[in-house]
Design a protein around this ligand. Structure first.
Ligand code: NAD
Length: 431
């Protein structure tokens, strides 16, 4: 465990515990690069600078410390907020970004890549010590900490926002138990978040991770994708676009039918195992591929997961079957010798788009974080009208994010004529 480092000149820099302030210049360069891909957040930042809707509000954020998050933090600060940031995952912290946040952008930051559990929680506590009025979570850790260890602070919090599926599930469980102490807006539920983030962001970055790790040719390859939700659809369309033969595994009949009519084969895991050459899981479920499937796979088969932690492949069974015959075939690729046959695993079965590539591109995070910024503004304004439950993102915010993104891309959309508006609003017109 480390303790927060006292700064050389405490009056010049905000409170922090980061790995190396010497990385600031590199962090600034990379934050600037991401910023070019985040026009919606830029437009919001410019408005926030003029209107200062978050003046005097302390925001405690627990998010992945990445270049995109840095641009969100800058936006909140431009709106007048006093922002304090800790990492939501010890492995996703970019140390150069953490340094730049502190030394260039004046944002209190507590994050070191690879920090141990105690340090992680000391950082979360450092955020909680500042008594945030708004919480901003990615996985509900800050909200959980306040509720479990600092119940006395709950009444101070006006509201929170939550970025991800897992966090929303935890919050809904808390609300159902009557345990949630303040309103939280589920940013993940915004259409301009999950439709684009899960489908286009994860779709592209999953292919990116697989290619970086293996450098295989996708054209002509048999690719099996488990799960045809937003993530699976995104991966499937990108794989097919690069010439792969795609088969989908599903348990939901509607999704399976959709996959079929989108032009893919639909197979069971048992039928897909000997057919596939590359397997990608995106179900949110556990042990989708198991012992019997590994046993049936071809020599040289490759597996990757882009769904739920590292639980979608039965790695325990895979290790047992290899009886210790495991080697690094390439960086990020483990080869398991199953007695005369080799199967390969990318990024240890963890999320391949984060483990072997750089996660979602900034242009996608632009919309997720635009929702975060606008939801922070919304709860700052409307907290008195909200109850201690989980709220969906207001439709007007979703539409505003889409409108700003289209404007930034130079696209104008049509508007209904007065005649059309009257027609669709009336019940008197029949056939
Ligand atoms: N890698 C990333 O960066 C990233 C980003 C977003 C979401 N995710 C994760 O990806 C997963 C999928 O997300 P989504 O938005 O597509 O969810 P979703 O619920 O829309 O889709 C999941 C699909 O998997 C199917 N499924 C469930 N169990 C199955 C099984 N045993 N075999 C075959 N299919 C099965 C379901 O029927 C469903 O259609 C989630 O765990 C989510 O947290 C990862």
């Amino acid at each position: 465990m480390t303790t927060p480092t006292p700064t050389a000149d405490a009056s010049a820099l905000p409170a922090h515990d980061v790995t190396d302030l010497g990385l600031t210049a590199e962090g600034v360069r990379r934050i600037d690069w991401a910023e070019r891909e985040m026009p919606v957040l830029r437009l919001i930042r410019e408005r926030f600078e003029r209107e200062r809707p978050l003046e005097g509000i302390r925001i405690g954020a627990c998010l992945h410390v990445t270049t995109e998050t840095a641009n969100l933090m800058r936006t909140l600060k431009a709106g007048g907020a006093d922002v304090v940031l800790a990492a939501s995952n010890p492995l996703s912290t970019k140390d150069d970004v953490a340094a730049a946040l502190v030394a260039e952008y004046g944002i209190a930051t507590f994050a070191r890549r690879g920090e141990d559990r105690d340090t992680y929680y000391s950082h979360l506590n450092a955020v909680a010590d500042t008594h945030p009025l708004i919480t901003m979570d990615d996985g509900c850790d800050l909200v959980s900490l306040l509720h479990s260890e600092r119940p006395g602070q709950i009444a101070e919090v006006l509201a929170g926002t939550e970025e991800t599926t897992t966090g929303v599930i935890r919050l809904k469980a808390m609300a159902a138990d009557g345990a949630l102490g303040f309103p939280v807006v589920a940013v993940n539920e915004a259409q301009t978040k999950h439709l684009f983030d899960n489908r286009y962001g994860t779709g592209q970055s999953t292919v990116d991770g697989i290619l970086r790790a293996t450098n295989i040719l996708l054209a002509g390859r048999n690719v099996v994708i488990a799960g045809y939700g937003w993530v699976g659809r995104g991966i499937a369309s990108r794989m097919a676009g690069m010439g792969a033969h795609v088969a989908i595994i599903e348990v939901d009949p509607v999704r399976a039918l959709e996959a079929l009519m989108d032009g893919y084969q639909v197979k069971t895991a048992a039928d897909a195992a000997p057919w596939g050459e590359l397997f990608v899981t995106a179900t949110g479920n556990v042990n989708v591929f198991r012992r019997e499937h590994f046993a049936a796979m071809q020599d040289g088969a490759i597996m990757a997961n882009s769904g739920h932690f590292d639980a979608e492949l039965d790695l325990k069974a895979l290790r047992e079957m290899a009886e210790g015959h495991v080697r690094e075939a390439r960086e990020n690729v483990q080869e398991f010798d199953l007695g005369g046959k080799r199967v390969n695993l990318i990024a240890e079965g963890r999320l391949v788009n984060l483990g072997a590539a750089e996660g979602h591109p900034a242009a996608v995070m632009d919309m997720s974080f635009a929702n975060q910024a606008l939801c922070a503004e919304y709860v700052a304004k409307h907290h008195a009208e909200l109850e201690a439950k989980v709220y969906v993102v207001p439709e007007a915010i979703d539409a505003e994010v889409a409108r700003l993104k289209l404007a930034a891309l130079g696209v104008t959309l049509d508007a209904m004529t007065p005649e059309q508006l009257a027609y669709v609003s009336s019940w008197q017109h029949g056939t």
